[in-house]
Design a protein around this ligand. Structure first.
Ligand SMILES: [Zn+2]
Ligand SMILES: [Zn+2]
Length: 321
């Protein structure tokens, strides 16, 4: 994520800021990728702290307008959890916009979001025909920690869910292209194999013993669709780690030059190499505070090639350039 200049004074603004350090209200313009000191603010600003601008007074911003279903506010913590979920969504949408996805220049379908709170029934996250369903309960730290343990996924985060589910939607968009499908099946396998059966097999039997050689995560081994979504989520993690490090002027001798933009890099292997190097350095910084590593994943040769494939197609962007 970029670091932004303050339109009314000195210093920088961070992507989630609602005000400057002296309290002046500001809003983020996703088209200009800059902060403005004036309305129209998003209609969700007071409700969930959305800091994006709206096209007109009383309207939703570009991100909130993609949410067709908001959670039932009578469910405990639904609104604060939803606020955090929308913040993760804005972050990921802005990242993807760097490759022109879902911006006005993108002629394709936008995702529709169903943001659901969990009452008595758990909410199954997923994607179907352009609709992304997210359980906002996972924004709650207690729920998230217990599921991390139960599912043995220590790096389960809301931004990770958002990247994973939107990646299914991006696959659905790309699958309209025959050239994509031919290359996809050659690398990830045939996604027409029985999905429910494959998932059930995975949950009953676990991943194949040598999964680390071929997949980013054990869940990715369940089915080609999940392999794509896990790999694409990791490519988005790695690109954003790199972009955020460059924007905040963290150093690595691997960064090619000072104003290098990871989102315009065409050499996939170079981008992944810089990302892995930066992640290793930040892992070391995190240990200074007794925190978990930022990015503890090991990239096998096969994973590198899959990440590069995802990068090639996401970078070409919505316009297929
Ligand atoms: Zn909004
Ligand atoms: Zn999935």
């Amino acid at each position: 994520m970029m670091v932004f200049s303050n339109p009314v004074g000195r210093g920088s603004l961070w992507f989630d800021n609602l005000t400057t350090s002296d309290g002046t209200p500001v809003a983020y313009d996703p088209q200009a990728r800059a902060f403005l000191p004036m309305p129209p603010f998003c209609a969700n600003r007071e409700v969930i702290g959305c800091n994006w601008i709206a096209p007109e007074q009383g309207a939703f911003c570009r991100s909130c307008a993609m949410t067709a279903l908001a959670p039932d506010p009578s469910i405990e913590n639904a609104v604060p959890n939803w606020a955090q979920t929308e913040a993760a969504k804005r972050w990921v949408l802005d990242n993807l916009g760097r490759w022109h996805w879902f911006r006005p220049e993108d002629p394709g379908t936008r995702p529709v979001f169903h943001m659901l709170a969990e009452g008595l029934m758990p909410v199954q996250m997923g994607h179907a025909n352009g609709v992304v369903t997210i359980s906002v309960a996972e924004a709650d730290p207690v729920v998230s920690t217990s599921r991390r343990k139960a599912l043995d996924e220590p790096y389960r985060t809301m931004i990770g869910h958002m990247r994973h589910e939107i990646s299914h939607m991006l696959w659905w968009r790309l699958s309209l292209r025959e050239d994509f499908m031919t290359e996809f099946r050659a690398m990830f396998g045939d996604e027409r194999m029985n999905y429910q059966g494959a998932l059930q097999y995975h949950y009953e039997n676990g991943p194949p013993p040598e999964w680390r050689q071929y997949y980013m995560t054990s869940y990715a081994s369940a089915h080609p669709h999940e392999d794509w979504a896990e790999t694409a989520a990791h490519l988005l993690h790695l690109t954003d780690i790199t972009d955020s490090a460059v924007a905040s002027e963290l150093g690595s001798p691997e960064i090619p030059y000072q104003k290098w933009d990871p989102y315009t890099e065409t050499d996939s292997f170079k981008l992944i190499h810089v990302a892995a190097d930066l992640a290793m350095r930040v892992n070391h910084v995190n240990r200074a505070m007794g925190l978990s590593d930022l990015y503890p994943f090991i990239l096998s040769d096969m994973a590198l090639h899959k990440l590069a494939f995802v990068h090639k197609w996401l970078r070409r962007g919505a316009q297929g350039l």
